[in-house]
Design a protein. Structure first.
Length: 58
């Protein structure tokens, strides 16, 4: 999750990472807790199988 954009440097001052399966609190104004387990379905694994899944056909 990226936050606190800094236009002077063209980036963000806050960068937070979480492992799949952890819950991430999205700050206000959103203010919700987001489950991350389902996000595994949207990640490219560079030809490797994600944990618990067969390797994709190429």
């Amino acid at each position: 999750m990226h936050g606190s954009p800094d236009q002077k440097v063209g980036g963000y001052r806050v960068v937070r990472a979480a492992k799949f399966g952890e819950k991430v609190l999205l700050p206000d104004p959103i203010g919700i807790e987001l489950g991350t387990e389902i996000l595994k379905n949207y990640v490219r694994w560079a030809g490797k199988a994600p944990p618990g899944r067969p390797r994709p056909e190429t």
